[in-house]
Design a protein around this ligand. Structure first.
Ligand code: ATP
Ligand code: MG
Length: 454
């Protein structure tokens, strides 16, 4: 074997050792491979363990006949084995054939050599294998690239991206998540061949994009490789180099957007919201006599544009609704006033309001220092009052109202529509302080209302 490094011992979990030993005892070779080796070497606990072996799928099933096995993709050589409640994927060494659709290899051939399997993998840091008997198998300098923090294609980048264009986005994802740089030749190929990404299914793009956005280095990658992102989100192009002509801003719109993305926790909902929060601005721009620009309605417009983008990217509809609501309200001027805030809580719910606080803070911090202290202190006062209302149990929702639909039925309010409208009116009275949240007063007020209508 060409290159075997004994750099460091990887601590394999017991089940991983069992898998490797069982296959070896039956005369096959087997290694932990890919992400788990990469993460172990950089001192991070892998979230799952994948294995590669000289055994063919039927043989893997035979070796693990005492265990439950699930055939994940026999054609691609993968069998999953259930051990101790966990699924482990074991894949036969593979040589991938042509990728005529830039997605799946048209044919795969099984091999009995680990080096063939490592050659088909995307990046050097993902192309290492390990077992306790042979140590680290690293034909492409993955350990060195890992220690220098480099993403580099295995083989010729241009060809590797032609085979599977998703690798273009995967390179950006790993660079963002690991905080790595992309080696120049790989980087050039990413930029030159970015258009190939238009042939990739949106479901595959979605997964990589969400991971990229949650990476510690997402901001840098979004800036450096904006043309790549624009291949599947062309709507972002309008924000590139877009000058905002407002004293509230000292960055162009795309740079402001990236700063805002960086200012929220690495969580898909918040990061996606920040990426699109101002996407409606270029279309909503108006200029007044003094040359100052305004963006009335950019929130609604942005929410509508974002809905279309996220649908295209096959995001789940609950996620889309949540993001679009947050974008719709991201620029709302909240004041630390109890009645006003209870009105918003009624309409949007506590969870969305608390997220809006995080979003507005991130937005303010990505703006110019103009009035920043004022904006931040108002926001803290709003946050504080919101939290007070939420924890105090004061009523702002139908759920908390001291009467419900069946109470109204009892006093003779019959139709569903009327019940809904009456409850809503009662809630507004309670929020406004005109009525206490007590059953008796609410019912007598409701009765009065009905009598007056009749
Ligand atoms: P993560 O920690 O996100 O799971 P990972 O490296 O395990 O990272 P996966 O997408 O789970 O990434 O893929 C497992 C391994 O399969 C990779 O490490 C890589 O070796 C290989 N691989 C995955 N996708 C591709 C691809 N499109 N082209 C080539 N090799 C790939
Ligand atoms: Mg993985």
């Amino acid at each position: 074997m060409k290159k075997i490094w004994w750099i460091m011992e990887i601590k394999l979990p017991q089940n991983a050792e069992l898998i490797i030993d069982k296959l070896r005892n039956s005369g096959y070779s087997c290694y932990a491979v890919g992400g788990c080796v990469r993460d172990s070497l950089r001192g991070v606990k892998p979230h799952d363990w994948d294995f590669t072996t000289s055994a063919q799928p039927d043989e893997i099933e035979r070796v693990f006949s005492d265990y439950r096995t699930i055939t994940v993709g026999k054609r691609y050589g993968t069998v999953a084995v259930l051990i101790g409640g966990e699924l482990y994927e074991i894949t036969t060494y593979r040589i991938d054939g042509e990728y005529s659709d830039s997605r799946h290899p048209d044919e795969v051939r099984f091999s009995d050599r680990i080096q063939d399997d490592l050659a088909r993998r995307d990046f050097t840091v993902n192309a290492m294998a390990y077992n306790p008997y042979d140590g680290l198998i690293d034909f492409y300098g993955g350990a060195q690239d890992l220690s220098f923090g480099v993403i580099r294609c295995v083989g010729e980048p241009r060809l590797r991206f032609e085979e599977d264009a998703l690798r273009i986005l995967r390179a950006l994802r790993f660079a963002a998540v690991l905080g790595f740089t992309i080696e120049p030749e790989t980087s050039d190929a990413i930029l030159n061949q970015r258009k190939l990404l238009s042939g990739i299914a949106y479901e595959r793009i979605r997964e990589e994009l969400l991971k990229l956005l949650c990476g510690e280095n997402a901001g840098f990658i979004l800036r450096r490789y904006r043309k790549v992102i624009a291949v599947f989100i062309p709507e972002l192009k309008g924000t590139f180099d877009f000058e905002q002509h407002s004293e509230h801003h000292n960055r162009d719109l795309y740079r402001h957007t990236i700063a805002a993305v960086n200012n929220v926790e690495p969580e898909p909902l918040l990061r996606v919201t920040m990426l699109f929060h101002d996407i409606g601005k270029p279309l909503a721009q108006t200029t007044d006599k003094r040359g100052v620009c305004h963006y009335r309605g950019h929130q609604q417009l942005g929410a509508a544009m974002t809905r279309e983008i996220l649908r295209r990217l096959c995001m789940p509809s609950v996620f889309i609704d949540e993001v679009c609501d947050l974008i719709r309200w991201h620029d709302e001027r909240f004041k630390p006033e109890t009645v006003m805030l209870k009105g918003y809580l009624k309409r949007l719910g506590a969870d969305a309001m608390q997220k809006l606080m995080l979003i507005q803070r991130a937005d303010i911090l990505a703006q110019s220092p103009f009035k920043r202290e004022e904006k931040l202190s108002n926001l803290s006062a709003v946050s504080e009052e919101l939290n007070r209302i939420i924890t105090s149990g004061e009523c702002y929702s139908l759920r908390q109202l001291a009467v419900n639909g069946s109470d109204l039925l009892h006093i003779g309010i019959g139709s569903g529509v009327q019940i809904g409208q009456t409850l809503d009116a009662l809630l507004d009275k309670v929020i406004g302080g005109a009525l206490p949240n007590e059953k008796e007063s609410l019912l007598s007020y409701a009765k009065n209302m009905i009598d007056n209508i009749d």
